[in-house]
Write a protein that binds this ligand. Structure first.
Ligand code: ATP
Ligand code: MG
Length: 397
């Protein structure tokens, strides 16, 4: 049995920031295409790369899965389900009239045609297309009028190797394709912030590995499962994620035995940094990423941040440093991590947290106290026993 053209859907993807990247553009487009292909692997889609545009053709029955994948993809400015027709004025106008039918059917009153002509041999120029198509739509649907200033809907026409006609395009996730900016190691806790931090860095093109520290048996298994779920959620946008789960109970005990109580949280952070940096070097990750936000909690004053990173050579990226909690929560809701983050399981940091933590630690004092812990071997041992949980590139439903 052969399928009719009507059984297929075509999507036009507008490439985002990467169109600006001059000499790097080809490499960026190749990675974008690879990411797209991976997300679409179960949808029987074909991808075609054109100038500033990608096209996806899939069986119509898979179109909602394709849309789900497009919604997860960093590196596209927008996308639209498009009509494809031959490059004749008659066919283009007919397609615009069909779009007009949809608009009229929704009871809307105004529209505007936007046209681009990269094939200059097409008999009408962009302005000519706009006039002719606007007239054709109004003639067929007298209730509709052209409004060039603030139309309720757009009808877009692009004359390329074929003619493409589509209604308003959906916004893409923008940013840069994951994999164009090296890899970083995300310190992923069970909280609201760090999943958002990983998501934001992925949007700048960074591949993400993750490390989570737990304190079994003091933290429940549910806390670990929650972080695995968060890694899976972040992994939807980061082309999968490798999560290293590291038992930190012995390190925390050592801190409790040897450190002044007010310093325990900062010293724990320092130990996390040492462990994360060791793992990052092994994995070839070029930086550490945390969900810290200035002054959000006692350990995140600028002085304590100085203590936390005092032993770290790799750059520590903190994409949320100047972001307020409301905004972080908004992003967490939008990416689907919030509901999981607020599940009430205790993190290992809360476990031994002192009633009166130091608020403005001195980095030199911090180094001395940290040295006295002599925690290097414990950290190496914890890393050796780390559990690896691979969250692959999630298939679309
Ligand atoms: P989050 O909401 O990400 O947990 P938070 O506001 O609770 O952040 P802290 O608990 O002070 O802040 O943690 C600061 C950062 O340290 C976290 O964003 C995360 O990057 C890292 N971190 C904290 N606890 C852990 C942990 N158990 N495992 C891995 N990273 C952690
Ligand atoms: Mg936390």
């Amino acid at each position: 049995m052969t399928m009719d053209e009507e059984d297929f859907a075509v999507y036009l993807l507008k490439l985002g920031e990467l169109t600006l990247k001059g000499g790097n553009r080809e490499g960026f487009e190749r990675i974008l295409q690879r990411n797209l292909a991976a997300l679409l692997r179960s949808t029987s889609s074909q991808i075609r790369a054109g100038k500033g545009r990608f096209f996806v053709r899939c069986p119509e029955k898979n179109s909602s899965s394709v849309e789900e994948a497009l919604d997860r993809l960093f590196g596209i400015a927008g996308w639209a389900k498009t009509r494809v027709c031959e490059k004749t004025p008659e066919q283009v106008l007919a397609a615009c009239v069909e779009e007009g039918r949809k608009i009229a059917g929704e009871g809307l009153k105004t529209f505007k045609i936007e046209a681009r002509r990269s094939d200059k041999s097409f008999p009408l120029d962009s302005y000519g297309i706009c006039c002719a198509a606007g007239d054709a739509v109004c003639e067929e649907f007298p209730a509709l009028a052209v409004d060039v200033r603030s139309p309720e809907r757009l009808i877009s026409v692009e004359i390329r190797e074929k003619a493409y006609v589509y209604g308003t395009a959906r916004s893409g996730r923008r940013g840069l394709p994951v994999g164009t900016a090296g890899r970083g190691l995300l310190l992923l806790s069970g909280g609201i912030d760090s999943p958002v931090a990983g998501y934001l860095m992925a949007g700048r093109g960074m591949g993400i590995d993750a490390i989570y520290f737990h304190a079994r048996p003091y933290t429940p298994e549910e806390a670990r499962d929650k972080v695995v779920s968060l890694a899976e959620i972040v992994g939807r946008y980061t082309m999968g994620i490798k999560l290293y789960i590291v038992g930190f109970t012995e390190v925390q005990k050592r801190i409790r035995e040897r450190a002044p109580l007010p310093w325990t949280t900062v010293l724990l952070r320092m130990a996390m940094m040492e462990a994360a940096e060791k793992l990052a070097r092994k994995l070839g990750d070029k930086c550490l990423i945390t969900g810290e936000s200035l002054s959000q909690v006692a350990s995140q004053t600028v002085e304590n941040i100085a203590c936390t990173q005092s032993g770290t050579v790799l750059p520590v990226l903190r994409p949320l440093i100047g972001t307020d909690k409301e905004e972080i929560i908004r992003t967490a809701c939008a990416i689907g991590s919030y509901e999981t983050s607020i599940l009430p399981y205790q993190d290992c940091c809360v476990l031994f947290s002192p009633p009166h933590p130091v608020l403005r630690g001195d980095p030199l004092e911090a180094r001395v106290l940290y040295g006295a812990l002599d925690a290097g071997a414990l950290i190496d041992e914890a890393l050796k026993k780390a559990e690896l949980k691979k969250c692959g590139i999630p298939a679309v439903s």
